[in-house]
Design a protein around this ligand. Structure first.
Ligand code: MN
Length: 227
């Protein structure tokens, strides 16, 4: 057997403190998982989790320079705790979920908010609002063996040094174990899957020339420049 052309290499994310690279399979994202952000998006703050996806090759490991995307006049940032799985399964019980976690990272769910608003209004898919090229800058993955499983801690993002998002992981409506358990009832999870776990309040519009810096306590920082 041979491929008609060489297949794309998997997206790899550096693992903090090692030379190893985490190979990405799928990228899932949770919508509206912090009450204040759900409210700023027009929700009521207490709904079952819902999910969407980004293509694995939309991730930009390490951040850096990111091209301002086409087809939008309202690009927004969503800083998120990202969970990286080293084991998967279907119908994973909540109490067994964290044992599947390899580690954690800080990521940004870049969103073309105008396309998302129009998709919501028309009942259309979110793919072009959420899954565009370079829509997922992500920092190094910190193994859970180093970080533990963070249940609380500051999650923040600044634009040109002005703090826009400043929340705490403890404000998540669905915690990491509950997210894994719920998602695994929808799809079978596997090693290499990432889950963006939602963003705290304070999302805002960014423009070319802006520098975004963000972090999650204990997981380091990530910086991107929109060019
Ligand atoms: Mn998000």
């Amino acid at each position: 057997m041979h491929y008609v052309f060489p297949p794309a290499a998997p997206t790899g994310i550096p693992v903090a403190g090692t030379e190893a690279v985490f190979p990405v399979r799928r990228v899932y994202c949770v919508g509206q998982n912090y009450a204040l952000h759900a409210k700023e998006m027009g929700g009521d703050g207490r709904q079952p989790p819902f999910f969407f996806s980004k293509p694995a090759d939309a991730l930009i490991p390490g951040g850096g320079r990111i091209a301002y995307p086409p087809k939008t006049d309202n690009l927004q940032h969503e800083v998120e705790l990202v969970v990286a799985l080293s084991e998967g399964g279907a119908d994973i019980p909540v109490e067994k979920a964290l044992a599947r976690v390899f580690g954690y990272a800080v990521g940004i769910d870049l969103t073309r908010r105008d396309l998302q608003a129009s998709a919501k209004e028309k009942g259309r898919p979110w793919d072009m609002a959420k899954g565009f090229d370079q829509s997922g800058p992500i920092g190094a993955i910190v193994p859970a063996a180093m970080s533990g499983h963070p249940q609380k801690g500051r999650i923040w993002l600044s634009v040109n040094d002005a703090v826009k998002q400043d929340g705490d992981l403890a404000e998540m409506i669905w915690n990491v174990a509950e997210i894994i358990a719920n998602l695994s009832t929808c799809v079978e999870l596997a090693a290499g899957d990432l889950i963006f776990t939602g963003t705290p309040a304070g999302v805002s519009t960014v423009v070319r020339g802006d520098t975004l810096r963000c972090g999650v306590e204990g997981l380091g920082e990530l910086t991107i420049a929109l060019v």
